[in-house]
Design a protein around this ligand. Structure first.
Ligand code: GTP
Ligand code: MG
Length: 260
């Protein structure tokens, strides 16, 4: 793939510089460009346009599910697994819950701190600011920036409440719905909603006694149901294999060759 920047009369010095810095993997430039895109700054939009031809197939995984199901813990486990394979990994935490709970975002930041010194990991929270369509657009733009910056894996966390997750899941070729066992009514509600969007259902907290029953129940709905204990890594290799298999069916074999 060529790395020549195709400029136009619209290309300001700032947008060209930002695009070049992002392409070289400069983390500050990645953050700056995503911030500009969040506020729909013209230089940001032009910077993204300059990068658009540089994006190549990556592993993009959307992770959704009800609050507390273990999405962040699972993402952290996936992040560690992909890092062990020497992939650069980015996490976009789409914060639809902070307006309701006030604290989830901070909690995620604290858990993710162990990666603060790892230059192969980029973690970014994005707030909805009550703008559904805008959020999906910005998340998609951020994903393109991360792809251009050379991240091999992009993990997108969102809470499965409301319309946001449906929008965001359109951006991710592979969607995981994370379910905790024994939720009863919540699982019933999810069946009518986000479980239909998911390619892989993860029954996390499989250390819970109700896990087997939940797995059996959900297998009637989805061909791929994987039980995990995100806190210990149990079931993670099965999940990685299921993700690789799904992305292969979506014609993303190149992105996965190195993960076999
Ligand atoms: N027993 C058990 N606890 C788990 C497991 N995975 C996560 N947890 C715990 O469940 C709690 C919630 O986990 P999170 O990863 O924050 O869940 P989340 O879905 O990201 O939560 P929100 O972002 O707030 O919606 C934490 O206390 C985790 O340590 C698991 O497999 N087994
Ligand atoms: Mg979380």
């Amino acid at each position: 793939m060529t790395s020549t920047v195709v400029t136009t009369t619209k290309s300001t010095e700032r947008s060209v510089t930002l695009a070049e810095q992002v392409r070289s993997g400069n983390v500050r430039a990645v953050s700056r460009l995503i911030t500009l895109l969040e506020s729909q700054d013209p230089d940001g939009i032009e910077g993204l346009r300059l990068l658009a031809s540089d994006t190549r197939p990556r592993i993009v995984i959307g992770v959704t599910g009800y609050p507390g199901a273990g999405k962040s813990t699972l993402i952290n486990a996936l992040l560690c697994a992909y890092r062990r394979q020497e992939s650069k990994v980015a996490v976009l935490a789409v914060d639809v819950s902070s307006a309701m709970t006030g604290g989830a975002l901070l909690g995620d930041r604290i858990r993710m701190q162990e990666h603060a010194l790892d230059s192969g990991v980029y973690i970014r929270s994005m707030a909805t600011r009550g703008n559904h369509g805008g959020l999906a657009r910005t998340t998609d733009a951020a994903k393109l920036v991360l792809e251009a910056a050379g991240y091999d894996v992009v993990l997108i966390e969102t809470v499965g409440v409301g319309q946001n997750e449906a929008d965001i899941m359109n951006i991710s070729p592979t969607v995981l719905a994370v379910v905790a066992p024994g939720l009863g009514d919540e699982v019933q509600a999810m069946k009518a909603g986000l479980l239909e969007l998911a390619h892989i259902i993860v029954v996390n907290k499989a250390d819970h006694p109700d896990a087997d029953r939940t797995v059996r129940d959900l297998r009637e709905w989805c061909a791929t149901v994987i039980a995990t204990v995100a806190t210990t890594g149990e079931g993670l290799s099965e999940l990685l294999a299921a993700i690789a298999a799904h992305q292969r069916t979506r014609g993303m074999a190149n992105a996965h060759q190195r993960f076999e």
